[in-house]
Design a protein around this ligand. Structure first.
Ligand code: FAD
Ligand code: NAI
Length: 472
């Protein structure tokens, strides 16, 4: 089979790249090897064991937490509320299947050939790349002028600790527990640790998160990280920082974790242990050495700003290349690569990639943190506005947190926006649009925001940049 473009990997990077390439008129194929419930399933980590299932469980567990903790304030009561964890997992699986089938439907609609198995480079001949596809030992060769590698990432493991997804879990295992563990330990207070810790805490587990770094969420703005930490601890999550993990033993009765805390040797037994210490790129199975595809010492495919590798007509995107491991970053790279293949000149700005952590309160940011501006010697002004008295937040019963806007002292251009509070996953888009359009804080201050709405807090933060906040 001959194609103009073959995409290796069908996650949010790869499948979006394939759709955009097909829209631009290229004869396109996408090969993926993800297997869920014994069947090939498009959507990669994000859809099968990442973004989507975790958000489904975050919502279910949030509903339960509201029912058990805050609905009484609304005058709503119910006796003996229960959570059926298996049903919750079934609902989550239904959402994943629906979306995965949706991608196959989009492939058909766009006349993209869906191939199953592991793709690897076998050769280059007559200006075409030969890609070998191994589907359980059945080998198929396809040829394509352009190759987009979008093979994603896998969980980083701790040396000598075997993930069995029974007692010792990675993200896939933590998304598939059929009952709430009594004692859950999570190694790594990063994005996955905090989100999955929140899910199981809300459903009744005692959750202990052990983090190696002294600082909590070092990539977030310090003020935001402090506010998030305060609230998460208030909800009952135990978060220990500056921890050195020692021996871990797994037995039928649970997992014993030895660790050093503040110079003291400690040992604790848990029902389940989740390891969430970052992710590593999937680049081993590509036969990269055979064709000379350059891979760096950490396993990432080396690319330039336009996602070009060192080989002609071979591109790489998403988690298997530099930059944040985020689904929307992967998708956007997929779009720009397809458009570059078509000779267009799309633009991609790393500085306006939003980050969201779906805890309660949610955390979201775009652009530079206050610490980054200080370190770079950039003079800035800041406006901070709280959700505390916002009418909509009060109505929701969720009025913790704030919005912080940072703008250049000289030009007033917005340099960063940092949020912690209700639905900031949605509010951050306004800040992204503003930054993409190089807006000033005054621009946002002069835009009419609906009342009552959470977005009024962003408005107030913009007003506060010029010391003219109305409700602060
Ligand atoms: P992937 O989604 O990993 O897809 C790569 C695909 O390629 C996989 O299907 C893989 O099996 C396949 N593959 C690998 N090698 C080959 C090969 N040789 N041949 C064929 N196929 C191959 N990001 C967010 O932006 N928001 C979130 O809320 C979010 N939540 C997350 C929650 C969890 C628990 C996890 C683990 C991750 C989360 N992420 C989130 C990160 C997000 O999932 C990744 O950034 C995103 O999936 C990367 O997309 P990708 O297309 O580069 O790779
Ligand atoms: P992470 O990089 O966010 O966090 C890993 C944490 O583990 C860090 O705080 C690190 O210091 C700690 N750590 C590393 N080694 C350790 C050790 N030996 N002992 C104790 N702690 C240790 O990685 P995580 O949480 O695994 O997630 C991977 C990526 O997936 C994220 O970086 C993010 O890009 C993506 N993701 C995004 C989400 C979102 O956008 N909402 C949700 C979940 C994941």
């Amino acid at each position: 089979m001959d194609f103009d473009v073959i995409v290796i990997g069908g996650g949010p990077g790869g499948y979006v790249a394939a759709i955009r390439a097909a829209q631009l008129g290229f004869k396109t194929a996408c090969v993926d090897n993800f297997i869920r419930d014994g069947k090939y399933s498009l959507g990669g980590t994000c859809l099968n064991v990442g973004c989507i299932p975790s958000k489904a469980l975050l919502q279910s567990s949030e509903n339960f937490a509201e029912l058990t903790h805050s609905f009484a304030d609304h005058g709503i009561s119910c006796t003996n509320p229960k959570i059926d964890v298996s049903k919750m997992i079934e609902r989550k699986n239904g959402i994943v299947s629906k979306n995965a089938n949706g991608i196959s439907f989009l492939f058909k609609k766009n006349k993209i050939t869906e191939l199953h198995g592991t793709g690897s480079f076998s050769n280059q001949a007559d200006g075409k790349w030969q890609i070998s596809i191994n589907d359980n030992g059945n080998i198929q060769q396809v040829n394509a002028t352009h190759v987009i590698v979008a093979t994603g990432s896998s969980p980083r493991s701790l040396p000598k600790i075997a993930i069995d997804n029974k007692n010792i879990l990675d993200n896939a295992g933590a998304l598939d527990l059929t009952e709430t563990p009594k004692e859950l330990c999570i190694i790594g207070a990063g994005v996955i640790g905090l989100e999955m810790g929140s899910v199981w805490k809300r459903l009744g587990a005692n959750v202990t998160i052990l983090e190696a770094m002294d600082k909590f969420l070092p990539s977030a703005d310090e003020q935001v990280a402090k506010e998030a930490y305060k609230n998460l601890v208030k909800q009952g999550l135990t978060i220990k920082t500056g921890i050195k993990i020692g021996e871990i033993s797994n037995s039928s009765s649970g997992v014993t974790v030895k660790f050093v805390e503040g110079g003291e040797n400690k040992e604790q037994k848990f029902d389940k242990l989740m390891v969430a210490i970052g992710r590593v790129p999937n680049t081993q199975g590509l036969n990269a050495e055979k064709v000379g595809l350059k891979i760096d010492e950490r396993g990432f495919i080396t690319v330039d700003d336009d996602c070009r590798t060192n080989l002609s007509n071979v591109w790489a995107i998403g988690d298997c290349v530099r930059g944040p491991m985020l689904a929307h970053k992967a998708s956007e790279e997929g779009i720009i690569v397809a458009e570059r293949i078509a000779g267009q000149h799309p633009h991609f700005d790393f500085n306006t990639i939003p980050w969201v952590i779906y805890t309660n309160p949610e955390i979201a940011w775009v652009g530079k943190t206050e610490q980054q501006l200080k370190d770079a010697g950039i003079e800035y002004k800041k406006g901070v506005a709280s959700f505390i008295a916002n009418g909509r937040a009060l109505g929701l019963g969720n009025n913790v947190g704030f919005v912080k806007m940072l703008a250049c002292s000289q030009t007033d251009r917005i340099l960063g926006v940092h949020m912690v509070g209700p639905f900031v996953s949605e509010l951050i888009s306004e800040a992204v649009v503003a930054m993409e359009f190089m807006a000033s804080s005054e621009d946002l201050a002069r835009i009419i925001h609906a009342h009552p709405s959470l977005s009024e807090v962003t408005h107030e933060a913009a007003l506060a940049c010029d010391n003219r906040q109305l409700h602060g």
